[in-house]
Design a protein around this ligand. Structure first.
Ligand SMILES: *Cc1c(COP(=O)(O)O)cnc(C)c1O
Length: 416
């Protein structure tokens, strides 16, 4: 019989090789169970000190002289993310702008690189900002946006993709791990389907960076973007990353012709002539304080190692599924049950999911609510313990037993 006792959770924590890294994070309230590290990662202790140092010493004392080393920060942080988490050799990743803006830059660059093709492909379960950016690009250019249907709990079926990609396809843009269900796509298989048709592929890695190994170089990916404030713990609104495969860098040109991509930038020359390397995908002055925080967040993950993070993510999400199966009969699993087919979060479906989410927050358990009727639980592998999962789900079990969620309104809030 399965052991559902809290003692087992304590024993699993004691055997966890990453347990000591939980001390790398600020824990303000030990009673609070944080199951939303995939929306906003926790604050690493080192980040508060680093930001104070950047602000006080580098800005306050160094003033403009600090640009001598700040200027390398976007590519230094990019190489750290690329080499430790994304399977990308140096010189292919930079940190800049937001995921939304980077997606626009790279999607536009890809469309310009295939001028005789007019179709963009994505899926109907892709993250909203991705779908809107692609809709906008299609509208601006008179291109066709083809939208593949995806099962919102099980993820995209690559065979459906194969059926719609053709010789008129310029770009396929997909999320590697689905934001709602956590379903994980086979990157190499999708890259092969897209390349067979002569198109380019652009990946959104927001929910995979830091949760599962990503093999951008080895799988043959062309382009990728992703957030740093989720599993990478860069802080609210921290700048995003982008990847362009080195063979494509000099040939593709992004639509924002900014001076940070310019050859011999401080010659202040008359017309745009971008550098051949990854810096040509920068636009304007980088957000130095934000990128410094990204470096600190990624350093903690680098210390853990992505293979151990994935193993822990699987163990934690398996544990959520096991406890939910035993304790929460009114919930259905809305995530692939096979751990090789998901990232590090789990969604549970319940008709009262929004009211239950509010009751959980009152009981000091922080999940996410996602439409329609999904309770999303993201136990970030680097900062969440098995006892956190046990405590969080036993509070949820209590809320269901005493029906305390019925006191809450079903009206949606501005931010869920
Ligand atoms: C969180 C998330 C985003 C957010 O993009 P921003 O530009 O940072 O607001 C984009 N795509 C996916 C898949 C996400 O999960």
């Amino acid at each position: 019989m399965t052991d559902l006792s809290r003692e087992r959770a304590v024993a699993l924590d004691a055997a966890d090789p990453l347990v000591s890294l939980r001390d790398a994070f600020v824990v303000d309230d030990p009673e609070l169970i944080y199951l939303d590290g995939n929306s906003l990662g926790r604050l690493p202790k080192a980040t508060a000190d680093r930001i104070a140092q950047v602000v006080r010493d580098e800005w306050g004392a160094g003033l403009i002289r600090s640009w001598r080393h700040w200027v390398d920060l976007p590519s230094r942080a990019g190489d750290l993310i690329g080499s430790t988490l994304l399977g990308a050799a140096a010189g292919q990743v930079v940190v800049s702008d937001s995921t939304t803006v980077n997606l626009y830059k790279l999607a536009a660059a890809a469309l310009d690189a295939r001028p005789d093709r007019s179709v963009i492909i994505t899926d109907d379960d892709n993250f909203p900002t991705d779908r809107y950016v692609l809709q906008g690009l299609a509208a601006q250019r008179g291109a066709e946006l083809r939208v593949v249907h995806t099962d919102i709990d099980d993820g995209l079926d690559p065979d459906l993709l194969r059926d719609v990609v053709d010789e008129n396809t310029a770009l396929v843009s997909l999320s590697h791990v689905a934001y709602r269900s956590g379903a994980l796509l086979d990157m190499a298989a999708v890259n092969a389907i897209v390349h067979d048709a002569g198109a380019l592929v652009l990946w959104d890695l927001c929910h995979s960076a830091g949760s599962v190994p990503v093999e951008l170089d080895a799988s043959g990916a062309d382009l990728a973007v992703g957030c740093t404030y989720k599993y990478l713990n860069g802080g609210p609104g921290s700048p995003a990353f982008l990847y362009v495969r080195d063979e494509l860098q000099a040939a593709l040109r992004q639509p924002i012709w900014g001076w940070f991509g310019q050859r011999d930038q401080f010659a202040m020359g008359p017309s745009y002539d971008p550098v051949p390397g990854i810096d040509r995908y920068l636009a304007g002055t980088p957000a130095v304080v934000g990128i410094a925080a990204v470096e600190e967040g990624v350093r903690v993950l680098a210390e853990a190692g992505i293979d151990r993070l994935q193993a822990k993510g699987i163990a934690l999400t398996d544990y959520v599924i096991e406890l939910a199966g035993a304790w929460l009969p009114g919930f259905d699993l809305a995530t692939p049950a096979d751990p090789r087919r998901r990232g590090s979060h789990v969604s549970l479906r319940h008709p009262d999911a929004w009211r239950i989410t509010q009751a959980l927050v009152e009981a000091k358990v922080i999940p996410d609510y996602r439409t329609p009727d999904r309770l999303r639980l993201g136990p970030a592998p680097v900062s969440t313990g098995f006892t956190d999962v046990w405590d969080g789900l036993s509070r949820l079990r209590q809320i269901m037993a005493d029906r305390s969620y019925e006191r809450f309104s079903g009206e949606p809030a501005r931010v869920t």
